[in-house]
Design a protein around this ligand. Structure first.
Ligand code: ADP
Ligand code: ZN
Ligand code: ZN
Length: 703
């Protein structure tokens, strides 16, 4: 008998959130089954959904209904809880089910036919053994007393737990033990471990492989991140879906992995902004991990030395925040290990225009003389952020963006970091012909050059000249180059490491005893209310790269060059006092009604010309006020005026946004859902002319 099935397909971004399409099928298909279905003139991958759940089935008249083209029966249906996660994410972040569901699957699934999949399945075991790396069993370490307590705490309940552990306190070992206990106690259980950046996955993967492969086999630990090839991703995904992978490691996308028996989710460096997706469904993988834990009865462990203020707030005594359990590990591993001494250099009392102050330079020289490494941190890559004519007003603006192009001396180019537009540096000023055009400001490339000059006469203990290495997005463009650079640092061949936040995070450097932030002041006075939080986290992380070896930790130092040495942020940093910093920030946010004491969403509009973006947003706001005023909770909603983005024009597209704020999360959610049809109508009206796209960003990180 012919059946009707509801199917979600990758529909255009703004089709209705909970919508499915009905197809005919000769077979009874259980929800979660993957199918190929006709959609317009193409055929696409779809997922059978539970018809009863869908309020918006776009059922066509019988004669227009089309047949399911084929069923991917080689793959087990996606589970009920996976579908529930997709529905929640789509609803919360205001996107269509089909869009979220299909984006969560490995890209290759969309292309392969049933036959191709079956062939792949047959080949898999051979492939797996041939690519296996021999794993050395890692000698187990004895846990520190703090680790013992934290581990017991994380095992005592499902949490969510906030593992608040200093840098070098051994959080990774706690994750490993949590996973180990789980795998031992439950022969089917799976764990998911997320890290913010692809760069951090190889190191993590090695540690998990060497710990678990000897017992559970090479296939027990798989990775999922965008740096993998499509076939690799498909293989990992299938192993997780079938349950043969016991540990899934990955970046934010891993949160959507299909795992039939998920019992533990770890989010390492949970404060990191990289957990937020910036296109399509703008989800926070950390927040979804917490939701998923509740949904699937899995323990959730969020780890950080500098938690997000949201998570910190949730881990405060229940009268204040109260949902997370805090597990604390304040000390570094090792009997005499301590956190680096933080030193502030008052730049008001240093020679004018000094980039590296004399005392900092002396300290770096000292380290070199005894064979120790220094890390100099500057969060801006390239040679100089702008090139300027000394005779006229000309600056190296980008013709397509409202931003300057950065001067990269290495290939003498001007490159826009927003749209990618690059050109050779002009020989003379394009406006007046003056030959004297000069770099203004300083990026890592120029800092590296400057340090090389300053340290030209300094010698290493072996009498050789100083070796300086720069690590940033430019130096690591080629595949494998970061690994090469890192192993050079680990080997001790490098004396001074210069870099951006890329090196400040996560890496377990053993020989660095001095870390310096040369110019961190800008974030102190940013209009972005999250800037101090990010700066504090970054500086604590950077400081955490120093003295990770107990033998050297006592003399390790973090230097801050600043014009505001008395700023409370630096004061808290000096005392390694994250709680003081966090509580102060939270008090400010509470009085200003900012997150986590309110909830925000942005309506973003891209258009050409700029007026079109403003017009759309203004009409959207008017539409809300005239049509939605009767909505429960509407009186709590604040709609702010539309404003251009900080960098208003990127790649010739004008960008504007409008902030929506509400102290009650449910009211904001209700409002956003009701706003969708209004926005679609505005888009179609004359007020939508010139609009290229719009999107809603729920819980935005950058405002
Ligand atoms: P975190 O992630 O908290 O910054 P890590 O997990 O990287 O810290 O641990 C710091 C270092 O201490 C690592 O080299 C790790 O191998 C080591 N370590 C962790 N726990 C122990 C322990 N119980 N005994 C000895 N060394 C440990
Ligand atoms: Zn000029
Ligand atoms: Zn540009």
């Amino acid at each position: 008998m012919t059946q009707r099935v509801s199917v979600v397909v990758p529909m255009p971004a703004h089709s209705q959130i909970g919508s499915t399409l009905t197809y005919r099928s000769e077979l009874l298909l259980t929800p979660g089954t993957m199918v190929r279905v006709p959609l317009g003139k193409r055929e696409t991958l779809g997922i059978v959904w539970d018809a009863a759940e869908s309020g918006n089935d776009l059922a066509l008249p019988e004669h227009q209904m089309r047949d399911v083209a084929s069923v991917l029966s080689a793959i087990d249906p996606l589970g009920r809880s996976w579908r529930a996660l997709v529905e929640f994410a789509a609803g919360y972040y205001q996107r269509a089910w089909g869009e979220v569901a299909l984006a969560a699957l490995p890209p290759q699934l969309r292309e392969l036919s049933q036959q191709q999949l079956q062939r792949r399945e047959r080949m898999r075991p051979a492939l797996a053994t041939s690519s296996s790396v021999p794993a050395d069993a890692e000698a187990p370490v004895a846990l520190s007393p703090e680790q013992v307590l934290a581990l017991a705490g994380c095992q005592a309940s499902r949490g969510p737990h906030l593992l608040f552990g200093a840098t070098g306190s051994g959080k990774t070992e706690v994750y490993l033990r949590c996973v180990q206990a789980l795998l031992q106690n439950d022969p089917l259980a799976q764990a998911m471990v997320m890290v913010p950046e692809i760069n951090l996955t190889p190191q993590l993967q090695d540690r998990f492989r060497s710990r678990f492969a000897p017992t559970y086999g090479d296939d027990a630990v798989v990775s999922l991140h965008s740096g993998m090839t499509n076939p690799q991703r498909l293989r990992s995904w299938l192993a997780a879906h079938k349950g043969s992978a016991r540990v899934v490691l990955g970046t934010r996308m891993a949160v959507f992995a299909s795992t039939p028996r998920l019992r533990l989710i770890v989010v390492d460096e949970e404060h990191d902004p990289s957990y937020k997706q910036h296109e399509g469904a703008r989800y926070s993988a950390r927040d979804l991990a917490v939701y998923r834990g509740r949904l699937e009865n899995a323990t959730v462990v969020l780890g950080s030395a500098t938690p997000s203020l949201e998570s910190w707030h949730h881990s405060r005594p229940s009268t204040e925040g109260g949902r997370y359990r805090r597990q604390e590990m304040p000390s570094r591993i090792g009997a005499h290990a301590s956190l680096p001494l933080v030193r502030r250099v008052d730049m008001n009392h240093q020679p004018r225009h000094a980039v590296i102050s004399p005392p900092l330079l002396a300290a770096i020289r000292q380290r070199i003389a005894v064979g120790e490494q220094s890390l100099v941190f500057l969060n801006r890559r390239g040679y100089a952020p702008v090139l300027q004519c000394t005779a006229c007003e000309w600056k190296s603006g980008c013709p397509h963006c409202s931003a300057f192009r950065v001067f990269h001396k290495i290939d003498r180019s001007l490159r826009c970091h927003h749209c990618g537009y690059a050109e050779p540096v002009p020989r003379a000023c394009p406006e007046c012909g003056n030959l004297d055009i000069a770099p203004v400001g300083r990026g890592t490339e120029r800092l590296e050059e400057h340090l090389a000059e300053l340290l030209a006469d300094t010698r290493r203990p072996d009498g050789l000249p100083v070796s300086i290495e720069r690590i940033d997005a430019d130096s690591t463009r080629l595949a494998g180059s970061l690994e090469q650079q890192l192993s050079k640092v680990h080997s001790g061949a490098v004396d001074v490491l210069v870099g951006t936040q890329m090196i400040a995070k996560g890496h377990d450097f053993r020989r660095i005893t001095l870390v310096a932030a040369v110019n961190p002041d800008a974030a102190l006075f940013s209009s972005d209310f999250r800037a101090p939080e990010r700066l504090f986290g970054l500086l604590m992380q950077a400081a955490g790269r120093a003295g990770r070896d107990a033998a050297t930790s006592r003399k390790s130092e973090m230097w801050i060059q600043t014009f505001y040495p008395l700023h409370p942020l630096f004061d808290a940093l000096k005392r390694h006092d994250y709680p003081a910093f966090a509580n102060r920030q939270l008090a400010e946010r509470a009085s200003a009604g900012l997150p986590p004491f309110s909830y925000q969403a942005l309506l973003r509009a891209d258009a050409r010309p700029h007026e079109a973006a403003q017009r759309f947003l203004t009409a959207a706001s008017t539409g809300a006020q005239t049509q939605l005023a009767g909505l429960p909770g509407f009186s709590h909603i604040t709609l702010y005026p539309a404003v251009p983005l900080g960098i208003q024009r990127v790649a010739n597209v004008e960008r504007a946004q409008m902030l929506v704020e509400c102290p009650v999360r449910a009211a904001l959610q209700g409002f956003l859902a009701a706003w969708q049809p209004v926005l679609h109508a505005v888009r179609r009206s004359s007020d939508g002319q010139g609009l290229l796209r719009w999107a809603i960003d729920v819980d935005p990180l950058l405002i």
